[in-house]
Each structure stands twice: as C-alpha cells, then as structure tokens.
Design a protein around this ligand. Structure first.
Ligand code: C2E
Ligand code: MG
Ligand code: MG
Ligand code: MG
Length: 283
C-alpha cells in the first residue's frame, strides 16, 4: 500500500498504487457527497457501570449506509477521510451530532466521541470543541473524547498542548484501544487521562487466556491507584463480562450488552432503567 509520503520520504512507484489510488479517489468523491447530502449517520453503543448496571455513556460511531454496499465500515472510510483531508469536517459533523443527541438523554449519561490523530493538525481543535459545546448547550463534563496513543507519538508536543486545552474546557479524555501500541504505560505519565479503555484483543480470549487475564488485571490495578476510570471494549460473552466485573473494572462495552444503535433506539435505551446483561445471573 502506498504511503502518503511524509517529510523527506519519496514514494516508489508500484502498479498496485494505481488501483489503490483509484479506489481511494472514488471513495473520497462519494464520501464527500455523502457528508454534503447528510447521508452519514451516527450510531451509539452504551457503556454500562459494572457496579450499578446503569448506562454511563454512549460511544458515537460513524456509519455510512452505502447505496451499492450494505455498509461501509468506519475502519475503511475513516482512513480515506484521513488520507483526503475530509476528516476535519467529518469529525466536526460527528461531534456536533453527538452533542446534540446527548441532550436528549438523562443528564448523568455522557457521550464519547472518537478523535482521529489527524484532527490535531487543526491548531484550533480545542476552540472548535468549545464552540460546538457552546452552540449545542451540552455541558463539557458530559463529553468524552477517545484518542489512541498515536496522538501522543514522538514529535507530538503540539498535540499534547491541544489535548490539555481541551481538557481545560472540562471535557474528559479517554485513551482508546489501550495496550495495542508501543508504550501504552508511558502515555499514562505523559497525560492525565480520565479513562482507560482496554482494547478488545485482550478481552477476546478471556477467561482462559492467562496472559490476557494478567494484563487486564494489571490495568484494573493501575486505574484504581491512579484514579482513572477503567473500561473494556468488545465484551461478547457472559463469562468475559463476569471476569471484567470480578477484576474490578468500572465499566464495560460490547455486543453482550448492546450493539451500536441508531440514535432513536439509543435514546430510548438511555431512558430505560436497566440494561439486561448488567446482572451476572444470566447464562
Ligand atoms: P473503536 O473506537 O475502538 O470502536 C469500537 C469498535 O468495536 C466499533 O467498531 C464497535 O462497533 C466495535 N465493537 C463494540 N463492541 C464489540 C463487540 O462486542 N465485538 C466486536 N467484535 N466488536 C465490537 P466500528 O463502529 O466498526 O468502528 C471501528 C473503528 O473506527 C473505531 O474503533 C474507531 O477507531 C473508528 N471510528 C468509528 N467511528 C469513528 C468516528 O466517528 N471518528 C473517528 N475518528 N473514528 C471512528
Ligand atoms: Mg472508541
Ligand atoms: Mg476502542
Ligand atoms: Mg478498538
């Protein structure tokens, strides 16, 4: 796959590049159109409090109902948005949607929005976040932004400053896909994260995977001693849920609890008292 060359690198020509560039070019055109036409959607997946069984947060996840395909996964179209510079306006749109939707939920329920590292190229990102909060009227404390550690990779002092400015607004910052990068633990020292979200890959083989179990146990302990909320993504089975709860995690998210839901259904769920899988009596 061709790299969109960084400083001082040059891209060697390879025939597959044509196909790749063409596909990207095509998707870029239709993505831009979809954004302009209001064809994109945001779905919302709940995170439940493992102590009370109540929903604390919904994560906003971008959806593109595509005319020629069933759905295009965000894992596919977010990178295209990043490669083509669309991510800025796409990201703002998602943030505005999510804040607007959250106003319909009970006030103790927050909304989490994913930020692409490339959105940090916008030096005014913190101001943009502040503007959207003001415009929509959502309380800053009800917004969480999920970043991956790539935001803080090397040479990223500028990003750190932006992140601090966002946090000064009262917005909470979560580190997403925790454990998958080069130096996850190091980043806990770099920035005072409000939440750690352990990557799904550590949950998949629970409760039998000894290594995964040891790692999630350690993360729960770190979170406890640093006063950081701990959560996991990708809980699909009751036994995984039970282990995560027993290890003292604060929250969990996954298909067992609920899939990402269209806005209207999520809002209904936000107002219902209980999420069924929040008790361990099942299965
Ligand atoms: P993520 O932020 O780590 O989001 C979690 C992903 O795991 C979501 O995939 C969610 O649907 C999926 N998931 C949740 N529970 C389970 C489960 O129990 N089992 C399995 N197998 N999967 C589960 P999705 O929606 O396809 O999004 C993929 C990635 O695309 C996200 O990973 C995030 O990095 C990115 N993304 C999605 N929406 C946005 C967005 O609005 N902005 C940005 N910048 N990135 C986004
Ligand atoms: Mg996320
Ligand atoms: Mg994640
Ligand atoms: Mg993930």
């Amino acid at each position: 796959r061709a790299k969109s060359g960084g400083r001082g690198t040059y891209v060697q020509y390879e025939p597959e590049m044509d196909a790749h560039l063409q596909a990207v070019q095509q998707m870029r055109v239709s993505l831009r159109q979809a954004l302009a036409n209001g064809d994109l959607e945001v779905h919302y997946q709940p995170l439940v409090d493992l102590h009370t069984g109540k929903i604390t947060t919904f994560e906003a996840l971008a959806r593109w109902p595509h005319p020629e395909r069933d759905q295009v996964s965000p894992a596919e179209f977010i990178p295209v948005a990043e490669e083509t510079g669309l991510i800025g306006s796409l990201g703002e749109w998602i943030l505005r949607q999510a804040c607007t939707e959250a106003l319909k939920w009970p006030p103790h329920v927050s909304v989490a929005v994913n930020l692409s590292p490339l959105q940090f190229r916008n030096q005014g990102l913190a101001a943009t976040v502040g503007d959207i909060l003001e415009e929509t009227g959502l309380e800053a404390s009800r917004l969480q932004l999920e970043i991956t550690e790539s935001v803080l990779l090397d040479d990223c002092d500028g990003n750190l400053q932006i992140l601090k400015a966002i946090r000064r607004l009262g917005v909470k910052i979560a580190i997403d896909d925790f454990g998958t990068g080069f130096s996850s633990l190091g980043y806990l020292r770099t920035f005072p994260f409000d939440k750690i979200k352990v990557d799904r890959s550590f949950i998949t083989d629970l409760p039998d995977g000894r290594e995964s179990l040891a790692i999630v146990r350690a993360v729960a302990a770190i979170g406890r001693s640093l006063g950081i909320v701990t959560t996991v993504e990708g809980v699909e089975r009751q036994r995984q849920f039970d282990v995560i709860k027993a290890e003292g995690f604060d929250e969990a998210q996954g298909y067992l609890i609920a899939r990402p839901l269209p806005a209207e259904q999520a809002t209904k769920l936000a107002h219902s008292a209980h999420v069924e899988t929040s008790t361990t009596e099942r299965g």
